[in-house]
Design a binder for this molecule. Structure first.
Ligand SMILES: C[S@@+](CC[C@H](N)C(=O)[O-])C[C@H]1O[C@@H](n2cnc3c(N)ncnc32)[C@H](O)[C@@H]1O
Length: 246
């Protein structure tokens, strides 16, 4: 995995991504549409448009950033996909013009930035592109280190009539880095999909936000605005400029 970079995940999985992860939760689209209002929205790591396309269909002015040409090609092939402006590059740079009412990153993808410094840099660049009353939304899992036994884990993540999907992972608790291969087994062969994530607890994300001049405004346990509790497996966190009116 020596050559893993920001393009690796998307380039590897693009042809099967929409089969593995078909559609966005309706409540996710509802909340993001409410937060965008009549304004401009930016999705970090837009991928094949699983979230951006239904948001666009709701009338939201949405654009995106992604590093993988293969993932963006999937977006372009879908109805409406050619109309969404996409900037190619590392989303940590937020290398786009202008400011936004909503910037969001879902499906744990903030953790695709594999070093704390890169995650801090991303927060800083997001803050610079957020309008004064704008909102930055992160959806991510709450780390659960009990998943790992002596630094490793092998598990079944999908089982169909004609295929099995496994995940083999190594955990480095010092770097908070999980290096995985998703393994697809079919009668015709085996495919590997590399994934690397640098996880962070919600409290670390809040601290990174503060470094960028952002403050946690709300945290839900899911898109239905469930309360976030010690049992929550994921969180939806909303950050605003620290000096924004509450
Ligand atoms: C799990 S997919 C999520 C796509 C979409 N947001 C969704 O919810 O379906 C992760 C996406 O992040 C992109 N990605 C990963 N690291 C990136 C980086 N550092 N900069 C830009 N894109 C990145 C991949 O190319 C891929 O399209």
């Amino acid at each position: 995995m020596a050559d893993y970079d920001e393009t690796t995940y998307g380039e590897g999985i693009a042809d099967l991504y929409d089969q593995f992860y078909p559609s966005a939760e309706p409540a996710q689209i509802d909340r993001l549409a409410e937060l965008a209002g009549d304004g401009r929205a930016l999705e970090l790591a837009i991928g094949s448009g699983r979230v951006a396309l239904p948001l666009q269909a709701r009338g939201v002015d949405v654009r995106g950033i992604d590093a993988s040409r293969a993932m963006v090609a999937r977006l372009r092939d879908k109805p409406g996909g050619a109309d969404i402006p996409v900037t190619m590059g590392n989303f940590a740079d937020v290398a786009v013009e202008g400011q936004f009412d909503l910037i969001y990153i879902v499906f744990n993808t903030f953790f695709a930035l594999r070093a704390q410094e890169e995650q801090i840099r991303c927060f800083g660049n997001v803050a610079a592109h957020l309008k004064p009353e704008g909102c930055f939304v992160i959806e991510a899992f709450v780390p659960d280190l009990s998943r790992f036994d002596r630094g490793q884990r092998v598990s079944v993540i999908g089982l169909d009539e004609d295929r099995v999907r496994l995940e083999a992972s190594m955990h480095d608790p010092v770097r908070q880095l999980v290096r995985s291969k998703h393994i697809l087994l079919t009668e015709t062969g085996i495919r590997f999909f590399p994934v690397q994530l640098r996880y962070a607890w919600p409290s670390e994300l809040d601290l990174m936000a503060r470094l960028a001049g952002l403050t946690l405004a709300e945290r839900w346990g899911g898109w239905e605005q469930e309360p976030f509790t010690a049992q929550s497996g994921r969180h939806v966190s909303l950050y605003k400029h620290s000096n924004a009116s509450q």
